[in-house]
Ligand binder design. Structure first.
Ligand code: NAG
Ligand code: NAG
Ligand code: NAG
Ligand code: NAG
Ligand code: NAG
Ligand code: NAG
Ligand code: NAG
Ligand code: NAG
Length: 577
C-alpha cells in the first residue's frame, strides 16, 4: 500500500490534461426538480438506535470523519492465519466444480448441478469460463487455464441469440474477467507459459465486447441504459415510475455506477481514452445527485437516463446502490487524479453519513452493528440484504487508502454484523435478507401495528436479527466473505480467517453434492432443507477466490498493487502498470 502513494506526484501532473479531456456535462435538468416527493426531513441526529461503532464501544456518536489525506499509515500489519492445507482444500473444491462444468455443461454459460445440464443465461459466451479464469490463474491450475484460454479466443462476442445485453453484468463478469486475467498473466507473478496469441486475445476480446457495449451509453444524458441491442447497436432503456406518478427512462444506481474500474483499465491498456470518458460522463450525475439525497452521499436506487435526476431516496449499501459506492474509493486507489479525488470525497461523505445515520444496533444487542437501508422516502428500513455485506471490506480498504482510522472501526463493526447472520444458523451460512427490532422502541419496523410475528420476535431476541420469510436462501453469496478477507488482510487478525474456514466447511457440507456445488434453499434448516439447481459463475470468480486468497500467502494478489472489481477480478493499480 505504501508504494501506491509514490504515484501521487506523477498523477497530479497528469490531472490537468485529464480535466481538459473531460466531456461537456449536460446540466441535470427539467423534470427531476419537480418530483412530487420532496426530500424527507432527516431523522438524522436523533436516530434513537444509534449507539457508536466499535463492537462493545460506549454509546457516543462517532466524531466526523476527517478530510482524506494521502499521508495516512498505509502499512499493513503482518497477516497471520493463512494455511496451505486450507488453501489446498479450496483448490480441490474449484477443481471438483470445474470438472463437473466440463463434463455436463462445457461451452454453456453455467452448470445446473442437480439436472446435470448447461444453461445459457448470460448470452451464451461461456460466462463460467471467463468469470472463472483468473481464479484458476491465481491457483496455478495449468490444465484448466489452458482449456479456458483456448475457448475464450474462439468466442464471438459481437452476437448473441439472447436479445438485449445487460451492460452492468457483462462489464463486471466478462470485461472484468478478461482484463484481470490479462493483467495477472502479464504481471510475472503467476505461471505463464501459455500461447502469446491467446493471452493477447484476452485484451482484444475485451475491446471487441466494450465497443459493442459502448452503444448502450448513447442516451440523452450519456448515462448507460440498462441494456444494449447488439443487432441494432442502440441502447434499450429500462423504466421506473417515481412517487410523483411519472414514468422515466431509468437505470439503477449500481448498474450505472459500476463501470469505472473495468473501463478505466481498458482505456489504459488500449490507449483509447474514450472508454474512460464514456463512464466519467455517466458517473457525473451520480456524484451530483439532484435532488439531494436524504443524507449526503447516500443516493437512491434509480436515476433518470434522460436528464440525469435521482428518482427516489432509497439509499444505503444494498442491492441497486452497492457497487456504485464500492467503486468510488476503489477507482481512487487505482489512479489518483482530480476526478477520482472527487469520487473519493463523495464516497467519504457516504461513509460519513453511514456512520452518523444508518449504522444501528438491534434491541438488546448493543455490540451488534447493522447498516440499515433507507426506503423510497429516505426512512430507515431496519433491514439489510446480504449484498450490503461487502461494505465492511470497502470501509477497511478506504481506511487504508485514505489513512482514516475511524473507517477501520466502522468496517470491522459492519463485518462482524454480517458474521452474526452466518454464525446463528444451523447450516453456518447466511440468508439473503434479514431484519431486526429497533434498539430504542423494540419494534420492527418502528411501528407497533406491524409488530405481530412471534417467530420473528423469538429469533430477534435470540440472535439480534431474524431472517425475513422467503429470503432464507444461500445462493453462493460472496459479500460477507469479501469483508472478512479485507479484514484479515488489513487488520492481520486470524479470527477472520477462521470465519472464512467455518464458511468453507459449511459450503462443503451443505452446498456440495455428488456432482458439484449448488445453492441452498433454507440456511435455517438442517442440511439447508434442499438444494437449488444453480452454480453461479461468481462461485468460481468470487467465493473460491476470496477463500483461496485468505489462506494463500498474503503477498498473493497484494492489496496495494491490485484493486478488485465487484466480481472479485483484480486489475493492477495504474501506478504499477
Ligand atoms: C459511557 O460514556 C458516558 C459519558 O462519557 C459515561 O458516563 C458512561 O459511564 C460510559 N459507559 C460505559 C459503559 O463506559
Ligand atoms: C502503521 O500501521 C502498522 C500496522 O497496523 C503498525 O505496525 C505501525 O506501527 C504503524 N506505524 C505508524 C507510524 O503508526
Ligand atoms: C491448517 O488448517 C488445518 C485444517 O483446518 C488445521 O488442521 C491445521 O492445524 C492448520 N494449521 C495451522 C498451522 O494453523
Ligand atoms: C475508442 O473506443 C470507442 C468506443 O468503443 C470507439 O468508438 C473508437 O473508435 C475507439 N477509437 C479508436 C482509435 O480505436
Ligand atoms: C425513453 O426511451 C424511448 C426509447 O427506448 C424513447 O422513445 C422515449 O422518448 C424516451 N422517453 C423519454 C422521456 O426520454
Ligand atoms: C461528516 O459529517 C460531519 C457531521 O455531519 C460534517 O461536519 C462533516 O463535514 C462530514 N464530512 C464529510 C467529509 O462529509
Ligand atoms: C460461531 O463462531 C464461533 C467462533 O468462530 C464458532 O466456534 C462457532 O462454531 C460458530 N457457530 C456456527 C453455528 O457457525
Ligand atoms: C469436502 O467434502 C468432501 C466430500 O464430502 C470431502 O471429501 C472433503 O474432505 C471435504 N473437505 C473438507 C476440507 O472438509
Amino acid at each position: 500500500m505504501k508504494q501506491r502513494f509514490q504515484c501521487f506526484p506523477i498523477l497530479l501532473l497528469l490531472s490537468a490534461q485529464v480535466l481538459a479531456k473531460r466531456p461537456t456535462i449536460v446540466p441535470v435538468g427539467q423534470g427531476t426538480t419537480s418530483l412530487a416527493t420532496t426530500p424527507p426531513v432527516p431523522i438524522a441526529t436523533t436516530t434513537p438506535s444509534y449507539q457508536g461503532l466499535i463492537k462493545g464501544a460506549n454509546s457516543t456518536k462517532p466524531s466526523a470523519i476527517p478530510t482524506p489525506t494521502p499521508s495516512g499509515n498505509t502499512t499493513l500489519p503482518k497477516c497471520t492465519g493463512h494455511n496451505a492445507t486450507r488453501a489446498a482444500a479450496v483448490k480441490e473444491a474449484y477443481q471438483y466444480a470445474w470438472n463437473a462444468y466440463v463434463e455436463y455443461a462445457w461451452g454453456y454459460d453455467e452448470l445446473q448441478p442437480l439436472s446435470k445440464t448447461g444453461t445459457n443465461d448470460w448470452y451464451g459466451w461461456g460466462v463460467t469460463v471467463v468469470d472463472g479464469l483468473d481464479t484458476a490463474i491465481i491457483m496455478e491450475l495449468h490444465d484448466v487455464v489452458s482449456k479456458m484460454l483456448g475457448w475464450i479466443q474462439s468466442v464471438d462476442f459481437t452476437t448473441t441469440p439472447d436479445g438485449a445485453v445487460e451492460i452492468f453484468d457483462i462489464t463486471i463478469r466478462y470485461l472484468g474477467g478478461l482484463l484481470s486475467s490479462y493483467d495477472l498473466l502479464k504481471s510475472g507473478q503467476f505461471r505463464n507459459d501459455y500461447p502469446a496469441d491467446q493471452i493477447e486475445a484476452l485484451l482484444t476480446q475485451a475491446k471487441t465486447l466494450a465497443d459493442k457495449l459502448a452503444y448502450g451509453f448513447r442516451t440523452p444524458s450519456g448515462m448507460a441504459a440498462v441494456d444494449v441491442d447488439f443487432s441494432t447497436n442502440t441502447p434499450v432503456e429500462g423504466t421506473y415510475t417515481a412517487s410523483n406518478g411519472v414514468t422515466y427512462n431509468s437505470t439503477n444506481t449500481a448498474s450505472a455506477g459500476s463501470f469505472l474500474i473495468e473501463w478505466y483499465r481498458l482505456a489504459a491498456l488500449t490507449g483509447n481514452s474514450t472508454y474512460r470518458s464514456l463512464v466519467d460522463t455517466g458517473e457525473y450525475y451520480l456524484v451530483h445527485p439532484s435532488p439531494a439525497p436524504t443524507y449526503p452521499g447516500l443516493v437512491g436506487t434509480q436515476f433518470d437516463t434522460t436528464a440525469g435526476g435521482m428518482l427516489n431516496f432509497a439509499g444505503g449499501w444494498h442491492s441497486e446502490v452497492d457497487s456504485f459506492l464500492e467503486y468510488l474509493i476503489k477507482i481512487y486507489h487505482y489512479k489518483a487524479d482530480s476526478i477520482t479525488e472527487e469520487y473519493a470525497n463523495f464516497w467519504l461523505s457516504a461513509a460519513n453519513s453511514t456512520a452518523a445515520h444508518i449504522t444501528v444496533h438491534p434491541y438488546g444487542f448493543d455490540d451488534l452493528t447493522f447498516l440499515s437501508g433507507l426506503d423510497d422516502n429516505g426512512a430507515l428500513t431496519y433491514a439489510m440484504d446480504d449484498y450490503s455485506c461487502f461494505a465492511g471490506g470497502n470501509f477497511l480498504l478506504g481506511c487504508k487508502v485514505l489513512g482514516i482510522e475511524s473507517l477501520c472501526d466502522l468496517g470491522i463493526a459492519a463485518a462482524d454484523g454480517c458474521h452474526q447472520t452466518y454464525n446463528t444458523t444451523v447450516t453456518g451460512l447466511g440468508p439473503l435478507y434479514w431484519a431486526w427490532y429497533d434498539s430504542a422502541t423494540n419494534t420492527y419496523p418502528p411501528d407497533p401495528t406491524v409488530d405481530i410475528d412471534n417467530g420473528y420476535r423469538r429469533n430477534g431476541a435470540a440472535n439480534g436479527e431474524f431472517i425475513v420469510n422467503g429470503d432464507e436462501v444461500y445462493a453462493s453469496f460472496p459479500e460477507s466473505l469479501e469483508s472478512w478477507f479485507y479484514a484479515h488482510r488489513i487488520t492481520g487478525d486470524p479470527r477472520w480467517a477462521e470465519y472464512g474456514w467455518d464458511m468453507f466447511l459449511s459450503i462443503n457440507e451443505t452446498a456440495r453434492n455428488s456432482v458439484a456445488f449448488a445453492t441452498v434453499n433454507n440456511v435455517g434448516m438442517s442440511w439447508g432443507e434442499s438444494q437449488g439447481d444453480s452454480l453461479d459463475s461468481f462461485f468460481f470468480a468470487e467465493v473460491l477466490k476470496y477463500m483461496y486468497l485468505m489462506f494463500a500467502d498474503p503477498s498473493t494478489v497484494d492489496l496495494g498493487q491490485w484493486v478488485f472489481n465487484t466480481e472479485c477480478h483484480p486489475v493492477q493499480v495504474q501506478c504499477k502498470a
